[in-house]
Design a protein around this ligand. Sequence first.
Ligand code: PLP
Length: 405
Amino acid sequence: TLDFHPTGRHFLQIPGPSPVPDRILRAMSLPTIDHRGPEFALLGKRVLAGMQRIFQTKHPVVIYPASGTGAWEAALANTLSPGDAVLMYETGHFASLWNRMATRLGLQTEFLGLPGVEGWRRGVQADLIEKRLREDSQHRIKAVCVVHNETSTGATSDIKAVRKAIDAAKHPALLMVDSISGLASAEYRHDEWGVDVCVSGSQKGLMLPPGISFNALSPKALEVSKNAKLPKSFWAWDEMVEMNKTGYFPYTPNTNLLYGLAEACDMLLEEQQGGLDTVFARHQRWAEGVRAAVRAWGLEIQCADPSVYSPVLTGVVMPDGVDADKVRQLIYERFDLSLGTGLGKVKGRMFRIGHLGDCNDLTLVAALGGCEMGLKLSGVKLAGSGVQAAMDHFASHASAVPLKK
Ligand code: PLP
């Protein structure tokens, strides 16, 4: 047990789960209703339509009572057959986990990427994908799988460039995208970008607790799914898509999380707040403020390519000899602030600051204050004050929509 009794709110500054706004908590506190009754159909239709707007698609969105990992499996199981070749791209830990899952499901995966940790500091290199697809003249590769926002590193890949690479190679492979941590914080346009399956989850930009996840589909993905032979039942799209037409689900949906989802869609899409484009702009602005802090500390940002800096989170690299997890632990114990741990190849080398979902300038200034105090207490030599740099950034860059008119 912890020997301290924090007061005030815990600072949940990991890159998901993100803090759940009171408005959503209240919406979820309604009594659970009959999921076969008439009232439910209205809720079902509302969240399905809302999620089409969030994904920016006119095609079906499937909602699972599962974490993001379930929706990853659904994307593969609905479109592929045992032994199919899939081309996956290593951007970091989550791309590696999806690759491992594909292997475990009996697919032949090829894991493309830059050597060592180099690939963990950049986005997807679309030219490598194009080159590989051009070599595949027999069209053995059935899908290209990439992570949009790599949560383990803080790099947001250019999905349009991946689409362009597939088209340039005149290759029929499906484009499957994990935007579990990107959706509703980072720009994502399903139809316009030509994505076939997008996987997402509730606990990041959608500001909900963990527990529901999504597949956004394309007509081509739906067509391909008719002949896909990987075993599936719980994950099968066909019954879901059919029943969803009337607002219902083939098995018991996560009713109270769906109340929360309806509220989240309203919040994200609110016209007078400027809708999704404003959401994307505010995360870019917060991300720049956080990066200004890291630079002022004289520390390195995990993502080495500014063109793919993530609006969702920032990875902070520790100087040699400093254990990032010890710094995180001290910050947690002293200041009741949770930061993301380094995962996989960068474990102990860096920590992650989330700026996704429900934030504002002051929560971020406070979170950076916790980081700055913790870094100093850990003996990390800082070049200057990151908190001051972030305050200067936020003060000199007004947000797109004034908080109060
Ligand atoms: N993919 C990405 C990019 C993630 O960030 C996560 C979780 O953080 C996952 C997949 C796995 O999702 P879950 O933990 O909800 O199963």
